[in-house]
Design a protein around this ligand. Sequence first.
Ligand SMILES: *Cc1c(COP(=O)(O)O)cnc(C)c1O
Length: 356
Amino acid sequence: MSKPLKLPIYRSTNFTFHDFNDMQAALYGDSKDYFYARDGHPTVENLEKKLLSFEPADFSFVFASGMAAISAGLLSVLGEGDHVIVQEEVYGPTRLLFEEYFPSFGVTSSFVDVTNLTAVEKAIKAETELVYVETPSPFTNKLCNLEGLRKMADNYELTIMADNSAGFGFLQASRFADLVAVSLSKYPAGDSQILGGALFGNEMWREPVEMERSTFGGVMMPWDAKHLYDELMEMPERLSHIAHNAYNLQELLKVDERVKNVYYPVMDSSKPSPVGGFVTAEFDMSLSDLPMFVDKLELFKKGVFWGGTTPVVTPLLASYRVDVLKSWGLSPNLVRFYTGDVNAEELYQDISKALS
Ligand SMILES: *Cc1c(COP(=O)(O)O)cnc(C)c1O
């Protein structure tokens, strides 16, 4: 029998049964038969299997967005009275979860520089349940020592959850973390047409995560799963261009004296392996000159998105007020560049022109 070249899609949210026994087995959870797309869907499952080739965990569940996946992980692990050590530099909406939502459910958190193992160890309390990290970090691209954190977590019986959205396709956080969340809206979607999220984990978290997804209902639709599945086939080549451009751009910025600091993550300095398409630079300019500099850039779109082929500029000052950035230990002069598929030399010329 011949096979379709592309993944077929089942555009049905409901499934019917042959007889009473089949129906009862499915609804009792004794068989794996599908019955309703909120509880599992064949096209979505194809995507889940495919994703495991990038992040080899025991399972992956796909969600309607990265935030739905992050929430699912946190709600599966945390309960009243628990304390969480959260990476100081963390994705904004995730920070809101810890600052605004979890306290009302009796979950407290401490924001800590998780790249510093001593600081993490100092923050551990009797109630600490989880260490939540994001690698690379969203603004200054810091990589955390997941292996070191794993050892510490084992000593203190803690769970590690990582947001690996910015490292997806470059580093496999599930080698050391118990749960790994990834926004599929970024590198996997690439072209800015799909929102999605995935949560990976080891076997002990499979049931709680699956139950969270069925009950809270943040599921992905089959068409989006099929689209993402096809995009994933092209992702490795796209990522290698993006990282190549970013690595070269940071090399050019590093030797430009108008740039005070450049942040770009590289794994294993003996054989440098660039991680991702973000280059964050700190400029030696007054804050009043920053908007004009950003407006003079021609190749970079102004926005907060990334992951596709479009170069994007995100000045931190456009997202957060000066006092907020300073309270996180960040300079308001930081500008995050996402290179996309435009080559480094052209991007550097654009930045250089806007600086002069
Ligand atoms: C975008 C993003 C998320 C959230 O993903 P959505 O798909 O937008 O919900 C989480 N973490 C990081 C690092 C992100 O960049």
